[in-house]
Design a protein around this ligand. Structure first.
Ligand SMILES: NC(=O)c1ccc[n+]([C@@H]2O[C@H](COP(=O)([O-])OP(=O)(O)OC[C@H]3O[C@@H](n4cnc5c(N)ncnc54)[C@H](O)[C@@H]3O)[C@@H](O)[C@H]2O)c1
Length: 404
């Protein structure tokens, strides 16, 4: 019996930077609007749960591991399984573990019949993505990858115009996305060697090109440099660049880094240029033509579109979180609420059929696994090519990859 009352219960598995800055504020805001019921958080240690309690003192959530019971130091890498098991039928799992640790959490959620929203990238390996696609399709489970750039109106505009034919056929384009040294050295110090600036952020623009054009990659070549991070004891890439050839012969170049100057005017340098036979698109996604200069922080470029706090119109004294970072996650919650509502009271077999039908309808426009596979395959190929010192890697129809 499904007791769905219009609210979803949410389990967040993660608790790091993106959880604190974007996901939890989004979840608690949705809870304030009455669209989310109970919240639970699974993370590696009780100490992280304590930090989150201090960071969100007004919000109630159940912590795994409970620091009162398990202390603050010991690591519990498998406790997310208990947290998933405790979720009721209207439960959603939001995955915000490090890039290389998405798959076990997603698979456990699918196994338990719970829908999923996962931070990009879906996972790091093509075979893992295929495994996720198969399991999700068999069980009629919704798995959305949070590619928030798909909700940036600047990128939606490129898609709209391209799809209407205003840019003609794609010729070439490039994108840049670069973050400061503290990302690799502090924020991701435990896992920067397992990922790279391309896999962590470059994939945003690989997905953006696919989202805009619908084209699939044919082959690519990538290069990486390890100059600065090794001097700090990290065998990790400072920067990675990829040139991707797509099925129509167009070329898209992406440059990425996570060793930029921390004194930059915003955390992320980013933007994209596209040239088609009938028109061009050019956008600086860092400089949105708004800046502040304050005694405290000096000059700051301000992107009002991503995820920013504004004085709430409806809750005086509180803030509203607004932007494409918010919209992207909420799309997942709204979709899942629709699926849960449509299957309420149905037999298991009927519910499965309805879930499959709704998810199929959503597949064309969403970052569901068949679309998220493109970013995964590009990531996997970039890493393979860069690790081999710049060898071409080719994609087959199913996005399996091999050296050319
Ligand atoms: N959409 C975006 O804008 C955006 C931005 C940054 C990061 N991300 C993605 O989000 C994910 C997380 O990034 P982050 O910045 O929060 O990283 P982070 O390293 O700050 O946090 C990762 C968290 O996962 C937890 N964790 C690790 N293993 C776990 C386990 N077995 N069980 C439970 N928790 C576990 C850690 O305790 C840590 O709190 C990554 O995939 C990253 O690429 C997305």
């Amino acid at each position: 019996m499904n007791h769905f009352d219009g609210k979803l219960d949410v389990l967040l598995v993660g608790g790091g930077m993106i959880s604190r800055e974007v996901i939890l504020p989004t979840i608690f805001q949705e809870q304030r609007y009455g669209r989310i019921g109970n919240v639970s958080i699974s993370t590696l240690t009780g100490g992280i749960i304590r930090e989150l309690q201090q960071l969100f003192p007004k919000n109630k959530f159940k912590g795994y591991p409970d620091p009162d019971k398990y202390g603050t130091e010991e690591k519990f890498p498998d406790m997310f399984r208990d947290a998933i098991r405790d979720l009721p039928e209207n439960g959603v799992v939001v995955v915000a573990t490090p890039d290389h640790l998405h798959t076990p959490v997603i698979m456990a959620a699918i196994e338990a019949g719970r829908h999923v929203i996962v931070e990009k990238p879906l996972c790091l390996k093509v075979d893992e993505a295929h495994q996720i696609i198969k399991a999700a399709e068999e069980k009629g489970i919704y798995v959305l990858t949070d590619y928030h750039k798909r909700h940036d109106r600047s990128i939606r505009a490129a898609r709209y115009k391209y799809r209407r034919g205003e840019l003609g056929e794609m010729l070439h384009g490039h994108a840049w996305i670069e973050e400061p040294k503290y990302m690799a050295l502090e924020v991701f110090k435990d896992w920067c060697e397992k990922s790279s600036p391309f896999e962590y952020i470059g994939v945003h623009y690989a997905d953006a090109y696919y989202f805009v054009t619908g084209l699939k990659p044919k082959r690519l070549v990538a290069f990486g440099q390890k100059k600065f991070l090794p001097t700090k004891g990290k065998n990790a890439y400072d920067a990675v660049q990829a040139t991707i050839e797509w099925e129509d012969g167009s070329i898209f170049f992406i440059q990425t880094s996570w060793v930029n100057n921390p004194k930059n005017s915003a955390m992320t340098n980013q933007g994209m240029q596209l040239l088609g036979t009938m028109g061009e698109y050019w956008a600086d996604h860092k400089d949105r033509n708004t800046h502040f200069v304050t005694e405290e922080k000096g000059y700051e470029d301000y992107n009002p579109n991503f995820f920013k706090q504004y004085d709430s119109f409806d809750f005086p004294g509180e803030v509203d979180n607004v932007g494409y970072g918010y919209d992207s996650i909420v799309q997942g919650f709204n979709d899942i609420r629709r699926i849960v509502a449509a299957t309420r009271g149905l037999s298991e077999q009927e519910a499965l059929e309805v879930r499959k039908k709704i998810i199929k309808e959503m597949e064309e426009t969403r970052g569901l696994p068949r679309q998220a596979l493109i970013g995964v395959a590009i990531n996997n190929a970039v890493r393979m090519s860069a690790d081999a010192g710049g060898k071409f890697v080719v994609f087959d129809e199913d996005m399996n990859i091999r050296f050319e």
